[in-house]
Design a protein around this ligand. Structure first.
Ligand code: FAD
Ligand code: SF4
Length: 509
């Protein structure tokens, strides 16, 4: 009897217990399918990087003596959908069992559960052995509480997993959170960390993807793909980050700069989300670096919070609110994305850089995603679900369980505050403080009104004006509303008119 075990494109963990012994009665199946390339409009590099890493895992498993059936995108036997391919392979191998790992996306979870339920042979789901929390753990932690709060969840995780805690459950350094130390702008020094990533030429793979008619956007850059292909490469990159990037991660976590697309971010999200790396080992390496005196606590705590806190937390938000989370739209925003989301051609220098970088590299760092692109989208009133589709397509690390809560919840506040405690928006003043974008911009960062006034300014005040009923009672926005209510009526009305005019010609900005 033969068992078929399905490995999805974001389940590339060679240390999964499935692989602890090579068995003649198990066939591992990996497939490149149109079902997965086409569920959203994807950046070319995302498709290339995932397929390349799937191929690398298949080679590794075969090398270790496992039986592997790999369906390439251009294989004539490929039926381009997961259930149809599994049906065909079950028949081909006369298999009597089907197994798959817990999918992280609701869409696939539903599809595979339905499929397994109607199979004539047993179909079983096993754990992916990746996350530190179960799908419903956050929901259990917050049961009976009025408000979900990342910080509360994160402290629980620190204690449960014994991360950065001292005897008696005290936080290392006497504080749980050092965010206040992590807000420096970057002015050209220190230099960006050494980039240990290997470049791969995946031109042949890209040609075969294109030949099958897969539609994509963004710069393919197929001859120089830098996203890790396997765990070994990911580990080298992790070490290089701990060595060269982590010590400065905290200071410049919120900084942005036109000449430093990466700054001190780890660029580990692709390796983490495809499960080449386990969050536990990334967290442990960071904590060790602090204990060895190599990186300061505020940097290490800030970095660990992203992985042990935010990453696990948003996953909990996702599972607690699916299906339907992507449909939230509390502000009733309906404006479609301007065309320059697809080519970066806007006169707003901050948006040109953040979107341009996303289109070139399939990556932008957190503050660009949150405080430039997301900020503008919310202020301009873009439809949250369209914004979500763009983010899901453009970033190499975008998988719905992590992308959707970040976009719909954290960035667009479309869920009315299920995930975040306030909308993350700003006028030009914040962007100017944290970046060099405003210098040399077509728009005037100081002006609120007129042809060349920075669009963020009027849109910002108008956003709070329009939503005063919903937001003015929010304690975290007290200062914003005090400032708005200090402005005279004529200035407030002029802001509203300017914002309406801007919203009417977003495509020309
Ligand atoms: P670093 O800054 O080095 O952070 C280290 C790690 O922490 C990341 O690799 C990531 O695994 C984790 N992390 C950091 N912030 C978050 C967060 N807010 N939520 C979950 N994990 C986090 N991250 C994704 O992995 N996939 C996405 O599709 C995604 N979409 C986003 C959309 C929006 C609108 C926003 C505001 C953020 C999004 N993020 C997403 C979170 C974050 O921006 C990326 O994880 C990060 O930029 C990846 O680059 P890095 O590995 O260099 O991260
Ligand atoms: Fe962006 Fe406004 Fe600054 Fe230009 S002036 S870079 S549009 S914030």
């Amino acid at each position: 009897t033969t068992t078929l075990r399905l490995i999805l494109g974001d389940q590339l963990n060679p240390l999964h217990s499935w692989f602890s012994e090579a068995r003649a009665d198990v066939v591992y199946v990996l497939m490149e399918v149109r079902q997965e390339t086409d569920y959203v409009h994807h950046h070319a590099q995302k498709i290339i990087a995932i397929f390349a890493a799937m191929r690398a895992l298949a080679r590794q498993l075969e090398g270790e003596g496992h039986r592997v059936h790999y369906l390439r995108i251009d294989d004539p036997a490929n039926l381009q959908a997961i259930p149809a391919n599994i049906d065909a392979l079950l028949a081909h191998y006369g298999a009597t069992r089907f197994e798959y790992q817990e999918p992280d996306e609701y869409r696939l979870d539903l599809q595979l559960a339905d499929y397994a339920a109607r199979l004539p042979v047993p179909g079983t789901m096993v754990g992916s052995e990746h996350f530190l929390t179960a799908r419903d753990e956050a929901e259990r932690i917050f049961a009976g509480r009025a408000q979900w709060l990342m910080e509360y969840f994160y402290r629980q995780m620190r204690l449960v997993h014994g991360v950065l805690v001292e005897k008696g459950g005290k936080p290392a350094g006497g504080q749980w959170n050092f965010d206040h130390d992590n807000r420096k702008p970057w002015r050209g020094a220190p230099p960006e960390p050494f980039d240990a990533r290997v470049q791969h030429d995946h031109s042949a793979l890209w040609d075969s993807i294109e030949a099958t008619g897969v539609d994509s956007f963004g710069r393919p850059d197929a001859a120089r793909i830098v996203w890790p292909q396997d765990r070994a490469e990911a580990l080298v990159h992790l070490d290089a980050f701990i060595q060269h990037g982590l010590p400065h991660f905290g200071d410049y976590q919120d900084a942005m700069h036109t000449s430093a697309p990466r700054l001190f971010h780890s660029m580990l999200s692709f390796a983490l989300n495809t499960k080449m790396l386990h969050p536990r080992e990334v967290i442990a390496e960071a904590e060790d670096a602090w204990r060895a005196g190599h990186a300061p606590l505020h940097a290490v705590e800030g970095f660990i919070r992203q992985i042990l806190g935010w990453r696990e937390y948003v996953r909990g938000v996702y599972w607690a609110n699916m299906p339907g989370y992507g449909e939230h739209n509390v502000f009733g925003h309906t404006t479609p994305l301007p065309s320059w989301f697809w080519d970066g051609k806007t006169k707003m220098r901050c948006m040109r850089h953040a979107i341009g970088q996303s289109l070139d590299d399939a990556h932008a760092h957190h503050i660009q995603r949150l405080m430039i692109i997301g900020n503008f989208s919310l202020l301009a009133g873009l439809e949250p679900n369209q914004v979500h589709q763009w983010y899901l397509g453009v970033y190499v690390d975008a998988f719905e369980w992590v992308e959707m809560p970040n976009t719909i919840g954290m960035s667009q506040f479309a869920d009315g505050g299920l995930l975040a405690t306030k909308p993350y928006v700003s006028s030009a003043a914040y962007i100017d403080r944290m970046s060099d974008y405003c210098k040399g911009c077509h728009y005037d960062k100081k002006a609120r009104l007129g042809e060349t006034a920075c669009p963020f300014n009027a849109l910002y005040w108008d956003f709070f004006e329009r939503n005063a009923q919903r937001l003015s009672g929010n304690q975290r926005l007290g200062m914003v509303y005090r400032n708005l209510f200090k402005m005279d009526d004529a200035a407030r009305a002029a802001c509203g008119e300017q914002a309406a005019a801007l919203r009417a010609r977003l495509g020309e900005l």
